[in-house]
Write a protein that binds this ligand. Structure first.
Ligand code: FES
Ligand SMILES: [Fe+2]
Length: 398
């Protein structure tokens, strides 16, 4: 069943450009998906928890904004603009001092809020001059073994929930982590995972397995497709992946397996159920976080949650094979999406001729929920978008 079809507008392809009619059909505007910036008003993973040990600070980036991530000796985490207010020294080169972050150069100390708390060489009783402002802080949370920041308007951070991953905290599942820098716009990643028609790319690993789309649904900020698989044998790792999701029957009845892939802006979720079972056998959470200002490079985070089979230790024994399989699939996907990005760079525009209805809906969601990338930002913002930007800028100034 399809949902939201009337509200989602129409796409027409004219003269090499994708034209997206907006949701109310008021105007038609040319939309190049690779120029759509990711919407900052969401929570994004920006590091793995294990990357940030107690008493350490690391540097990272969100869409060209450098961010210093710090963890104090008590385990508290915080995220600051990675720029000392004094001489722009990257704060990630600094040190943790108690509950503060101290710049490595002249030792200015910042609180978790970004407020400048101390200048060590000020004379006894001397006040911090008003022009020595603090720096921006980002709302920051730790969940699922990842550190999330909220790069948008800080006022919205409490309203926007983190993704829900109940399998992560369930003792019935074991989690595998992925984190890779991929040289492509984040939208290529969404298209790649949603699109099971590209199994040809994985023919070495997937053998004769053919996906069949059963159904798809969509709304204003989400798209979801159901697939089943038919055909011959594939890599052993694929069978190991789902072995805990059965109802006790032996073997994997691939033909009756169900896979659902969902983009719930801005992240993606994949679930697989084995035949005759309502237990989720595999759950994948994927987030694609732009690194550079032009958003042509992303850091992809994945958590693969695999249902444990009844035999203790079996999953642990199969773990290296599962990882090999998952890494091999990802390597092939990466070759494809990075090649797509290079083609876009060379041709300077999106010449996409998508025919899959679910991919067309996905492209509409990504266009509608995103914002002009930094490269285009000076030209575009209007209405609600500029209001969000004003809020964000106000937050940055504080
Ligand atoms: S540059 Fe950071 S304290 Fe001087
Ligand atoms: Fe793939």
């Amino acid at each position: 069943m399809r949902e939201g079809g009337d509200a989602a507008g129409d796409v027409c392809d004219t003269d090499g450009e994708l034209y997206l009619m907006n949701h109310n059909n008021r105007t038609a505007e040319a939309t190049d998906l690779r120029k759509i910036g990711i919407n900052r008003d969401f929570w994004y993973p920006i590091a793995s928890s294990r990357d940030l040990r107690a008493g350490k600070v690391i540097g990272t980036n969100f869409a060209g904004d450098p961010i210093a991530l710090a963890r104090t000796a008590t385990g508290a985490i915080f995220a600051l603009e990675d720029r000392c207010a004094h001489r722009q020294m990257p704060l990630h080169m600094g040190v943790i001092s108690g509950e503060q972050l101290q710049c490595c150069y002249h030792g200015w100390c910042y609180e978790k809020t970004g407020r400048l708390a101390r200048i060590p060489y000020l004379a006894e009783g001397g006040k911090i001059p008003p022009e020595a402002r603090g720096v921006r802080s980002y709302p920051c949370r730790e969940a699922y073994g990842l550190i999330f920041v909220f790069p948008g308007a800080p006022e919205l951070a409490d309203e926007i929930p983190l993704p829900e991953l109940p399998e992560w905290s369930s003792p019935d599942y074991r989690a595998m982590y992925f984190s890779r820098t991929v040289d492509c716009h984040y939208t290529f990643m969404h298209e790649n995972l949603m699109d099971m028609n590209h199994q040809f790319l994985h023919r070495r690993l997937m053998g004769g397995i053919q996906p069949v789309m059963l159904d798809y649904r969509y709304g204003g900020n989400w798209v979801e497709a159901d697939y089943r698989f038919q055909g011959g044998k594939q890599h052993l790792g694929a069978d190991f992946l789902v072995m805990g999701g059965g109802n006790g029957a032996s073997g994997v009845e691939r033909d009756y397996e169900l896979m659902t892939i969902r983009t719930e802006y801005p992240h993606q979720h994949l679930k697989v159920w084995r035949a005759h079972s309502d237990v989720v056998a595999i759950r994948l959470f994927a987030a694609y976080v732009p690194i550079d200002a032009d958003q042509r490079r992303n850091r992809s985070f994945g958590i693969l949650m695999v249902r444990k089979p009844k035999v203790p230790g079996l999953l642990l024994a199969a773990w290296p094979v599962i990882r090999y399989f998952a890494e091999s699939v990802f390597t092939e996907d990466r070759i494809a999406v990075e090649a797509e990005q290079r083609a876009w760079d060379a041709q300077r525009r999106d010449l996409n001729r998508e025919i899959s209805p679910v991919l067309l809906e996905l492209r509409k969601v990504l266009a509608a929920c995103g914002e002009p990338s930094n490269a285009d930002a000076e030209r575009a913002p209007t209405g609600a978008l500029s209001a969000v930007r004003s809020l964000r800028d106000a937050g940055a100034a504080r």
